[in-house]
Write a protein that binds this ligand. Structure first.
Ligand SMILES: [Zn+2]
Length: 358
């Protein structure tokens, strides 16, 4: 089991390498060594990194604790496993915990929310869009099946995906009581909430004076799939691509903060991480480009994978990616403008044009 703690302040550095996210298709292999280094100066906000192993492809997940305005805050909870409960019970002062803040409602991030609700007095905060997901869970799963059917997925596939959704593996029990992070986090904590959808429709980044807890929005060497989902506010499909184009500008604006991601190493260069993601995505868009007239995503997956077989959930991830790229091919200007704004377009001009021009 990989569990460790590490303290972060303005000048902290982390040398951790971890395997990749179940909801991503990255390629990390290295398990790094965690050195226990403390950084501290007076008046500097400190967050401690907790690394908890997960049973998923994701590998370990990082949660963070810190005392903000004298109140103990936990960012993300780890997966719904005994080990994670043990870890939290041993390393977090649950009796004093005041606030539990979730970056996004994926299993490795909120998996202990229900258990924590029963075992500590803290208030729980979920992103607004996740509150909608929790309230409308069954409706969302139904609507998702319609979305996938429209993209060419057959009933056999949909029944298998439904089994995964219903198994509780992806959706461990939700807590009974929770607040909306965007509205209800007390101002005295000094946490700015940035909405950064793309990977999911709900990703939030929590920003302090010299740090940012970034969830799955900035992961080194990982292409975190932009997950196909139902737009819980407007209905229809959530437009991950358009959302990402706005998000990329906000993420670039975090330069100068200590970035505290949910997986893998601390991010030293935000632009480096963004460029990795955008290049990966453009490379895949280049592969898709010859088939831009084909709308049936199931058929497209066959073409792109050239006979490689994926399991049920991987197929869903692949479909998500393809829809993201189709949206890009429809509206490449959105991404171009965003990249021009943050000074990254020059780095990917060639790839961009090969994808768009086909
Ligand atoms: Zn994750």
């Amino acid at each position: 089991m990989t569990e460790s703690r590490k303290a972060f302040g303005r000048d902290s550095r982390c040398a951790i390498n971890h395997p990749t996210c179940p909801l991503s298709s990255g390629h990390a292999k290295v398990h790094g060594f965690l050195s226990e280094r403390q950084y501290g100066t007076i008046n500097m906000t400190m967050l401690t990194q907790h690394t908890i192993s997960t049973p998923y492809m994701v590998g370990p997940v990082h949660c963070y604790t810190g005392s903000l305005a004298g109140e103990l805050v936990l960012f993300d909870t780890g997966p719904p496993t005994r080990e994670a409960q043990r870890y939290l019970a041993e390393h977090v002062d649950l009796a004093s915990l005041k606030h539990i803040v979730i970056t996004h409602c994926h299993v490795d991030h909120y998996g202990q929310a229900h258990w924590l609700e029963q075992n500590c007095p803290a208030a729980l905060y979920f992103p607004y869009r996740d509150c909608l997901k929790i309230a409308g869970h069954d409706r969302r799963i139904e609507a998702m099946a319609h979305l996938l059917a429209d993209l060419g997925f057959d009933d056999v596939y949909l029944a298998k995906l439904r089994q995964i959704f219903d198994s509780g593996v992806l959706f461990p029990p939700f807590p009974k009581k929770f607040l909306v992070a965007e509205n209800d986090l007390p101002e005295r904590l000094g946490i700015e909430v940035l909405s950064c959808p793309g990977h999911s429709q709900s990703d939030l980044v929590y920003v302090g004076d010299d740090w940012a807890v970034t969830g799955d929005t900035l992961l080194r060497g990982v292409f975190q799939s932009p997950l196909l989902d139902v737009d819980l506010e407007k209905g229809g499909r959530f437009k991950n691509y358009a959302a990402y184009c706005a998000t990329v500008v906000k993420l670039a604006g975090l330069q100068g903060k200590t970035v505290l991601p949910s997986h893998r190493q601390t991010v030293k260069s935000i632009k480096g991480v963004l460029l990795f993601y955008i290049s990966k995505f453009l490379q895949r868009a280049v592969q898709l480009s010859p088939y831009r007239e084909e709308k049936n995503v199931m058929l497209l997956i066959d073409k792109v994978l050239k006979g490689r077989v994926l399991d049920t959930f991987q197929l869903y991830l692949k479909a998500s990616e393809i829809v993201f790229m189709q949206d890009f091919l429809q509206q490449p200007e959105l991404l171009r403008q965003a990249l021009l704004e943050i000074g990254l377009f020059d780095d990917v001009t060639e790839l961009f044009h090969s994808a768009v021009l086909g």
